[in-house]
Design a protein around this ligand. Structure first.
Ligand SMILES: NC(=O)c1ccc[n+]([C@@H]2O[C@H](COP(=O)([O-])OP(=O)(O)OC[C@H]3O[C@@H](n4cnc5c(N)ncnc54)[C@H](OP(=O)(O)O)[C@@H]3O)[C@@H](O)[C@H]2O)c1
Length: 324
């Protein structure tokens, strides 16, 4: 396994982050395709055995059960200080007023709920899952700073939003002497590269780590365009993301061509492309089978040529902003 500093922090993270949205009770929350605890556990342990020290989950994943699964595996694994544990806040956790968002009340309640479900007294990275247009950013940044100062989170990060919003949040934190975000978890893959316009250069300029979500476009980059799995059939959010079928299909075919020439699975090519980008610290991979982890690890040693990278990128056309 390779390790990188998370942005300008001193924190070492593996170059692959394990996305734990795949793990949780399918009857709870919005992801009907998730794996139950018995099927999730060996995958999380396999990732840890491969040297992946960086795990990402969220309060909202499968209504808190993703955090519970991860917490129980880590308790049995027993090496909490070796793990970089990331979770998120913003999604709806209960009906009615104050059931979601980034108010001081929501953040203070949700960090404690996450810590209880994760069975730990701190997370390494506490991320805002989205921008909350209904709460002043000053209120959010001060609450996050207080979470850090209370010892409940080591660092804070953000997820999908416009670059101007991220820049504003950092500016507010700096003006008040509050904790700044050290990472951006955004939507980025060969089918969705809009982040190259503003967010990636902004993060490079600020020394913020980029940890993209859905690096394989939720599986679309790993198989023929028309092939579906249980997940693609039931993944309601995924259906909102990739909306330019003609161009997207050509990109998927280009991945297949490079993969065939190399004699490796498509997933390795798509991840190797992402790892070739200097602004990417660690893609957050989804693994529903053991060989998904093997491919992700193998991608770390696959060096693509300039010509191969150009071939993978040439069919891309601008996409409407998706995933905010
Ligand atoms: N911040 C956010 O808003 C946000 C949004 C989305 C995700 N995330 C984070 O990002 C993580 C990853 O998201 P994701 O699961 O969508 O990532 P992904 O890596 O793009 O997709 C994972 C899916 O691709 C397929 N796959 C993976 N490796 C494969 C291989 N080697 N061969 C064939 N198929 C393969 C599997 O699909 P099948 O299961 O269908 O076979 C797997 O479920 C999540 O767990 C979560 O932590 C964050």
């Amino acid at each position: 396994m390779e390790y990188r500093k998370l942005g300008r922090t001193g924190l070492d993270v593996s170059r692959l982050c394990l996305g734990c949205m795949t793990y949780g009770e399918s009857a709870r929350g919005n992801h009907a395709w998730t794996l139950d605890e018995a099927s999730s556990r060996p995958l999380i342990l396999k990732a840890l055995d491969a040297g992946i020290n960086f795990l990402d989950t969220a309060n909202v994943y499968s209504d808190g059960t993703s955090e519970e699964f991860v917490g129980r595996v880590l308790k049995d694994y027993g090496q909490r200080d070796r793990i970089v544990l990331a979770t998120k806040v913003h999604g709806r956790m209960h009906v009615g007023p104050n059931g979601m968002g980034l108010s001081r009340k929501a953040i203070m309640a949700e960090i404690d709920h996450s810590l209880r479900r994760l069975g730990t007294d701190y997370v390494d990275l506490y991320q805002i899952h989205r921008w909350d247009p209904t709460t002043p950013i000053e209120e959010t940044m001060e609450a996050l700073h207080d979470v850090v100062k209370a010892g409940k989170a080591r660092y804070i990060g953000a997820s999908s939003m416009y670059a101007w919003q991220f820049a504003k949040a950092q500016h507010v934190a700096e003006r008040h002497g509050w904790t700044r975000f050290v990472s951006m978890q955004n939507h980025y893959n060969l089918l969705y590269r809009e982040e190259e316009r503003e967010m990636m250069p902004l993060c490079q300029d600020m020394g913020v780590a980029v940890i993209p979500w859905s690096p394989l476009a939720r599986g679309r980059l790993t198989r023929a365009w028309d092939e579906a799995t249980e997940r693609t059939r039931t993944d309601a959010f995924g259906k909102t993301l990739y909306k330019v079928p003609d161009a997207d299909r050509r990109v998927v075919e280009a991945v297949a061509t490079v993969a065939e020439r190399r004699g490796v699975p498509k997933a390795q090519v798509a991840l190797a492309w992402m790892l070739s980008k200097p602004f990417v610290t660690a893609p957050i991979i989804g693994a529903s089978k053991p060989d998904h982890l093997d491919d992700a690890v193998a991608a770390l040693s696959l060096q693509l040529s300039t010509e191969e990278i150009a071939a993978l990128e040439e069919h891309y056309v601008p996409h409407a902003v998706a995933g905010h």
